[in-house]
Design a protein around this ligand. Structure first.
Ligand code: JFZ
Length: 409
C-alpha cells in the first residue's frame, strides 16, 4: 500500500483552511507571467540572460510571512522551481539557481527561517514536473541524456526540499497534465517516461510524515496523493475549462489568482475585491476545501501593496469570524443561493454573503440546534419556526459588509 500523510498532518492541513500561494522566479523580471518563456518561444540561452539581472533587493522574508500571518493564512506554498527550470533555492543538483544570481541569497531558506521563528505559518513547496531548461527533459536527443537522468534530478530536488527546510505543510506538484495532450510531440511538454510517483510520494511521506502531497494533474488523485486540487474554480465547477474531475470524498484545496495571473504581470490590474476573496474563501470552506490564494511578487521582491492590503483586510474579517472558517468542515445545511454553511461538530455557521431581504430561511434544521447568535459579538438572534423550517431575522444594523456569520448551536 502506498504511504500517505499522517492522520494528524491531514487534519492539521484541513484545519488551516487558508494559505498563500507564491509564484516567483526569473520570469518576474519580464513582468509578463510565468509562462513567458513558452509563450514567446524564448530560447534557453536568451532566457538565461535573466540570471545576471535577478537581484530582488527589497525581498524580506519576515515581511512576506507577516503579510500571510496578518491575512490569517496558516501556510505558504512557494515555487521552488517552475516550468522555466530555474531553482529558487540553493540546490546542489543544478547551477541554474538563485544563489548564482547577483542576489546570491536563498529566499526559500530565509522563508523557512522566518516561518520557524514565528511558528504560525507553515511552509510548503511547489515543484514543476516538467522543465523547459533541463537537457534531460526537453533536449534528450541533442544532449544524449536519458529520461532517468531527469528523474534522478527531480527526485533528488524533492529530497532536498524535504530535508533542508524543516517541517513542511505540503509538496505541490504541477506539469503532468494527462488529459491535455497539448501536442504529443512538443518537447516543451512531453515527458520521456513516467514520473515514478510511487517512489516519489513514498519518499516525501517518509521524510515529511505530516506533509500533504498534491498533484495538479486535474484528474482524480492516485494513491499517495493526499488531497485533491482545483485550479481557479470551486470544487465541482469548471469555468476555467480544465477542472474536469469530480470532487472526491477527500480533503480538497482550491488555488486561485488574486488578479488574472500567477506570476508577476505588470499590466494586470484586475485585482479581486476583498469581498469577493472572502466569499471565495468561505465558499471553499463550505465545500470542504482549503483556499490557496496566489500572489506574484515583483522582480524587486515585493508583494504588491494592493495585494497586501486586500490580504490584511481579509485578516481583519477573519479576526472576528475565524471560528467559522478554521477547523471547520464542509457544511451540511441546505441553504439559499447567497448563503453557505460550515460546521464544527454540532455547531453550524451560516455565512450570509448577500443582502437577503429580511433574513435567512433554513428548510431543514438539525434537531440539535436550539439557538442562533451573531458570531461577531454574540448578539442573540431569534430562530422562528416557519413552515417546516426556521427563519432567522437579520436586522440591517447587524450585517457585515463582507459576510455576516450566524452561529447555530
Ligand atoms: C499550472 C501552471 O502551468 C501555472 O503556471 C500555475 O503554476 C498553475 C498553478 O498551475 O496551470 C495550469 C495547468 C494546466 C492547465 C492550465 C493551467 N491545463 O491543463 O490546461
Amino acid at each position: 500500500m502506498a504511504k500517505q500523510v499522517s492522520a494528524q498532518g491531514l487534519e492539521q492541513f484541513q484545519d488551516n483552511r487558508f494559505g498563500m500561494f507564491i509564484h516567483w522566479g526569473l520570469y518576474s523580471i519580464l513582468a509578463r507571467q510565468e509562462w513567458i518563456m513558452h509563450i514567446e518561444s524564448i530560447p534557453v540561452p536568451e532566457y538565461e540572460k535573466l540570471v545576471p539581472q535577478f537581484n530582488p533587493v527589497k525581498f524580506n522574508a519576515e515581511e512576506w510571512v507577516s503579510i500571510a500571518a496578518d491575512a490569517g493564512q496558516k501556510y505558504m506554498i512557494i515555487t521552488s522551481r517552475h516550468h522555466d527550470g530555474f531553482s529558487m533555492y540553493d540546490t546542489q543538483l543544478s547551477d541554474y539557481k538563485v544563489t548564482n544570481t547577483p542576489f546570491k541569497r536563498d529566499p526559500l531558506q530565509e522563508l523557512a527561517d522566518a516561518c520557524a521563528r514565528r511558528g504560525d505559518v507553515k511552509l510548503g513547496f511547489y515543484s514543476s514536473l516538467l522543465d523547459w531548461h533541463h537537457p534531460a527533459y526537453r533536449f534528450r536527443e541533442e544532449s544524449g541524456l536519458a529520461w532517468s537522468d531527469y528523474i534522478e534530478f527531480l527526485h533528488g530536488q524533492v529530497r532536498e526540499l524535504c530535508t533542508n527546510f524543516g517541517d513542511l505543510a505540503s509538496i505541490w506538484f504541477d506539469g503532468d497534465w494527462p488529459r491535455h495532450q497539448f501536442n504529443e510531440t512538443n518537447a516543451y511538454f512531453k515527458a520521456g517516461g513516467d514520473f515514478e510517483y510511487d517512489k516519489l510520494y513514498d519518499m516525501i511521506h517518509t521524510l515529511q510524515p505530516d506533509a500533504v502531497v498534491l498533484n495538479n494533474h486535474h484528474e482524480a488523485p492516485i494513491p499517495g496523493e493526499d488531497i485533491q486540487g482545483f485550479e481557479q474554480d470551486l470544487p465541482g465547477m469548471n469555468t476555467a475549462g480544465f477542472n474536469l474531475s469530480e470532487a472526491q470524498e477527500m480533503p480538497l484545496e482550491v488555488c486561485m489568482t488574486i488578479n488574472d495571473h500567477w506570476g508577476y504581470h505588470d499590466t494586470d490590474n484586475n485585482h479581486k475585491s476583498t469581498r469577493s476573496l472572502i466569499h471565495k474563501l468561505v465558499r471553499s470552506a463550505s465545500l470542504g476545501a482549503n483556499y490557496l490564494l496566489n500572489v506574484g511578487p515583483t522582480p524587486e521582491g515585493e508583494i504588491l501593496p494592493v495585494h497586501a492590503m486586500r490580504l490584511r483586510q481579509m485578516g481583519s474579517w477573519l479576526k472576528l469570524h475565524g471560528e467559522s472558517v478554521y477547523g471547520t468542515r464542509a457544511g451540511s445545511l441546505s441553504t439559499p443561493e447567497a448563503v453557505v454553511s460550515t460546521q464544527r461538530g454540532d455547531t453550524h455557521y451560516l455565512h450570509v454573503l448577500d443582502d437577503m431581504s429580511d433574513g435567512v430561511y433554513i428548510k431543514q434544521m438539525p434537531d440539535s440546534i436550539t439557538s442562533a447568535t451573531l458570531l461577531r459579538d454574540n448578539s442573540p438572534l431569534t430562530l422562528q419556526p416557519y413552515e417546516k423550517g426556521y427563519f432567522i431575522d437579520l436586522p440591517r444594523g447587524l450585517r457585515d459588509p463582507y459576510d455576516t456569520v450566524i452561529s447555530l448551536q
